[in-house]
Ligand binder design. Structure first.
Ligand SMILES: Nc1ncnc2c1ncn2[C@@H]1O[C@H](COP(=O)(O)OS(=O)(=O)O)[C@@H](OP(=O)(O)O)[C@H]1O
Ligand SMILES: Nc1ncnc2c1ncn2[C@@H]1O[C@H](COP(=O)(O)OP(=O)(O)O)[C@@H](O)[C@H]1O
Length: 213
């Protein structure tokens, strides 16, 4: 690190001689304008567990209440920003840490990231990137058997037939959270509707002060 005329030049990774610029508008001002607290809602679970369904319904509910929200979906990110990444463990880790949810949350947006994110250490690394209490981890506690029966894209069938290698839950691991903010699970022995799942998350946001400045 070098200091020259009040400018601090530094090196981060491969970026040399870079200087951090402070913005004149801070997080609190953005929060007051939007009347909400930016945060990351991180939805993790098997393929077919309902991550995208919950993300979509949740964002519809937030939008209807006048909140600014955005969805980052693993499948969608892999169509662009993350298209160079495979499903091997190190690429899944890179896939997750490249997710720009932190920036959205800093901008004041309620940002939903919906990714399998199978490894605990990768999710914890993401949590560590955002300030305290801005990271809300949601676990889709849906057994593999149910996800496999749903199989809306036919991927489990292909994985069972050995046509997709390293498929989460079949021949690749999934580590459920040990302690997360929200667990979506059976209620009265039945799966909740997408509307009820989204309401559970909205209630959490309301009770924890995210839906006001
Ligand atoms: N090998 C393997 N394992 C798991 N999933 C696979 C695989 N290959 C392709 N797909 C499809 O990719 C979607 C998951 O992408 P993610 O970016 O969320 O995965 S990860 O977080 O990097 O593990 C996942 O989408 P969802 O069903 O929405 O979870 C699948 O459609
Ligand atoms: N709460 C639910 N009850 C019943 N079916 C659901 C529910 N949530 C999702 N599904 C269905 O399960 C399948 C997988 O959902 P999806 O949201 O695509 O999962 P993921 O994003 O985790 O792969 C879809 O066919 C969807 O309609």
């Amino acid at each position: 690190m070098q200091v020259m005329e009040n400018l601090v030049r530094t090196t981060v990774g491969m970026s040399t001689n870079i200087v951090w610029h402070e913005c004149s508008i801070g997080k609190l001002e953005r929060q007051n304008l939007l009347m909400q607290k930016g945060c990351v809602i991180w939805i993790t679970g098997f393929s077919g567990s309902g991550k995208s369904t919950l993300a979509s319904m949740l964002n519809r509910q937030l939008h209807c209440r006048g909140h600014v929200s955005y969805v980052l979906d693993g499948d969608n990110l892999r169509h662009g920003l993350n298209k160079d990444l495979s499903f091997k463990a190190e690429d899944r880790a890179e896939n997750i840490c490249r997710v720009v949810a932190k920036l959205f949350a800093d901008a004041g947006v309620i940002c939903t990231a919906s990714l399998i994110s199978p490894y605990r250490r990768d999710r914890d690394a993401c949590r560590a990137l955002v300030p305290d209490s801005m990271f809300i981890e949601v676990f889709m506690d849906v057994p593999l058997k149910v996800c496999e029966e749903r199989d809306p894209k036919g991927l489990y069938k292909l994985a069972r037939a050995g046509k997709i290698k390293g498929f989460t839950g079949i021949d690749d691991p999934y580590e459920p959270p040990m302690d997360c903010e929200i667990v979506i699970q059976l209620k009265d022995g039945k799966y909740q509707t997408p509307k009820a799942m989204a309401e559970q998350v909205v209630t959490y946001l309301e009770e924890n002060g995210y839906l006001k400045a």
